[in-house]
Design a protein around this ligand. Structure first.
Ligand code: DSN
Length: 438
C-alpha cells in the first residue's frame, strides 16, 4: 500500500524544527515522556463529565489519571481547586468570563497592540470584545503597564473582571498592584499567566497565587507540557465564593466544551511532575538568563528592544527607527536564514497589525534544546545581521505596490547569499542540540 503523504509531511516538519532555531516565545518542545502519552490509547476514550462523575462508562483508569493531574497541579501551585479540561487558553479564558460575568458586564484587559491577548477584550472582532463591555488599558512610554491608567479606568468603568495577563510584554507582571486596584472597585482579578507559568513555578516570576481570584494558564509555553490549559481557583477566590470552583467546572462542561482530551490530561500530569523537580528550576533560570543575554547582545549590535530589555523569557524587537512595518520583511528574512519568530506590534505602532514594526522573540524552546549564553550571543549576532541587511527595504504605503513589493522581496530573500550563509551556520549549530530532551 502506498504510504500516506501525511507521514512525509510530518517528517518534513520534524526536519524543519530540528534544523532551525525556534524563537517564538509561546512555543516549546516537549519531553519525550510528554510526547509519548500524547500519542497513546487515551485518545480513544470519551469521558464527558469530571473524574468520579462521568456520563460515559469505562472511565476507571481515566478518572485516576485526571485525579492525578489535578493533584499534581494543586500541589505545584499550593491551590485548592483546578480544572485541567480546557482545550486551550482562549476557551479557558472564555469559561472564566462565563462563570464570573453576564453578557454586557465590563471586562478590563491590556490592549493587544501593547502586549495583551485577543481574549482579554480585544474590541469588535473577538467574543470577549463583543459579548462584554470591553475597556482596555495600555503601557507607558517605558513600555511598562500604566497602573495610574488601570486605576482611573477601573474607578470610572467599575469592571466585573480585570485581567492581568499578556502575550508580548517583556516585564514581570505586578499582581500585587493589580490586586490593590481590583479591591478598590470590587472586581475579580483574573491572572492569565500562560506565558510565564514555568517561570512562576520555578520562582523566576512573581506568583499570582496570593493575589488573584482565578488563574488561567496554557500548559505548553514555558510549562513545557501539551497544548492545553488549566483554570485555578485560589484560596482567595474560593473564600470569596465557595461555589466558584463548581461554577468554573460548569462553564467548561456543559457551558462550552464536551469531552476532555484525555491524552492531554495525562501529558499535563507528566509535565506537572517534571515541573516540580530541581532540574526544571534550573531550566527556568536558564530561560531567563538566555533571554537577558540575547537582549543585551541585540542591543549591543544596535537593535532596539521595546522597553530596552526583558525581565522574562521574551522580548520585542522594535524596528520603528527603520520606518513603519518592517516586521514582515525582517521576520521573513530571519526565517530564510533559519531563525523563526513572529512579527508583532510595538506600543504606539506606526504600521498596522498585519504589517507591524516589531518581532517577538523568546528563549523557552532553545533552552529546552540545551542552548546557553554562548549560543544566545551567536543567535543575537545572526538576527542583527539579518535586520541590518534588510533594514533599507521598507514597505510601500500604497496597498497595490505593497503586494508587488512583498512578492519581489520574498523571491529575492530566498536566493539571498547572506541569508543562505547564515542558514548554513544555523544548521551547523542546531545539529548539536537535539529537539527532544527529557
Ligand atoms: N498564540 C499565543 C502566543 O503566541 O502568545 C497566545 O495565545
Amino acid at each position: 500500500m502506498k504510504k500516506d503523504i501525511v507521514y512525509s509531511l510530518v517528517a518534513k516538519e520534524l526536519r524543519r524544527q530540528k534544523e532551525m532555531i525556534g524563537l517564538i516565545p509561546s512555543e516549546n518542545t516537549v519531553s519525550p515522556e510528554v510526547s509519548r502519552v500524547l500519542s497513546s490509547c487515551l485518545s480513544n476514550k470519551y469521558s464527558e463529565g469530571y473524574a468520579g462523575r462521568r456520563y460515559y462508562e469505562g472511565n476507571q483508569v481515566i478518572d485516576q489519571i485526571e485525579f492525578l493531574a489535578m493533584d499534581r497541579i494543586k500541589k505545584l501551585f499550593a491551590v485548592p481547586y483546578v480544572n485541567i479540561q480546557p482545550y486551550s487558553g482562549s476557551p479557558a479564558n472564555f469559561a472564566i468570563y462565563f462563570a464570573l460575568m453576564q453578557p454586557g458586564d465590563t471586562l478590563m484587559g491590556l490592549k493587544l497592540s501593547m502586549g495583551g491577548h485577543l481574549t482579554h477584550g480585544h474590541p469588535k472582532v473577538t467574543g470577549s470584545g463583543r459579548f462584554y463591555n470591553s475597556v482596555q488599558y495600555g503601557v507607558k512610554k517605558n513600555a511598562r503597564i500604566d497602573f495610574a491608567e488601570v486605576e482611573a479606568l477601573a474607578k470610572k468603568h467599575k469592571p466585573k473582571v480585570i485581567v492581568a495577563g499578556n502575550t508580548a510584554y517583556p516585564f514581570e507582571l505586578d499582581f500585587k498592584k493589580f490586586r490593590k486596584i481590583v479591591d478598590m472597585v470590587g472586581a475579580w482579578l483574573v491572572a492569565d499567566i500562560s506565558h510565564v507559568t514555568g517561570l512562576v513555578v520555578a520562582g523566576e516570576h512573581m506568583s499570582p497565587v496570593p493575589y488573584a481570584d482565578v488563574i488561567m494558564s496554557t500548559t505548553h509555553k514555558t510549562f513545557r507540557g501539551p497544548r492545553g490549559a488549566m483554570i485555578i481557583v485560589t484560596d482567595r477566590g474560593m473564600k470569596r465564593d465557595p461555589e466558584l470552583g463548581k461554577k468554573i467546572d460548569s462553564a467548561i462542561i456543559p457551558g462550552l466544551q464536551g469531552g476532555p482530551h484525555n491524552a492531554t490530561t495525562a501529558a499535563i500530569a507528566i509535565a506537572a511532575g517534571e515541573a516540580s523537580t530541581a532540574k526544571f528550576k534550573k531550566y527556568a533560570q536558564q530561560i531567563r538568563k538566555n533571554a537577558t543575554v540575547l537582549a543585551d547582545r541585540l542591543m549591543k549590535n544596535g537593535i532596539s528592544l521595546v522597553g530596552n530589555g526583558t525581565e522574562t523569557h521574551l522580548m520585542v524587537i522594535d524596528l520603528t527607527k527603520y520606518g513603519p512595518g518592517l516586521g514582515t520583511q525582517a521576520a521573513f528574512a530571519m526565517d530564510v536564514a533559519g531563525i523563526y519568530a513572529n512579527r508583532n506590534t510595538v506600543p504606539d505602532e506606526q504600521g498596522s497589525p498585519f504589517y507591524p514594526s516589531g518581532i517577538r522573540i523568546g528563549t523557552p524552546l532553545v533552552t529546552s534544546r540545551g542552548m546557553k549564553e554562548r549560543e544566545m550571543k551567536k543567535i543575537a549576532d545572526w538576527i542583527a545581521e539579518v535586520i541590518l541587511h534588510v533594514k533599507n527595504q521598507p514597505l510601500p504605503d500604497d496597498k497595490k505596490e505593497r503586494a508587488v513589493f512583498l512578492k519581489e522581496f520574498r523571491k529575492n530573500a530566498l536566493k539571498d547569499p547572506v541569508l543562505k550563509k547564515i542558514r548554513r551556520e544555523v544548521r551547523a549549530l542546531t545539529a548539536g542540540f537535539p529537539l527532544f530532551q527529557s
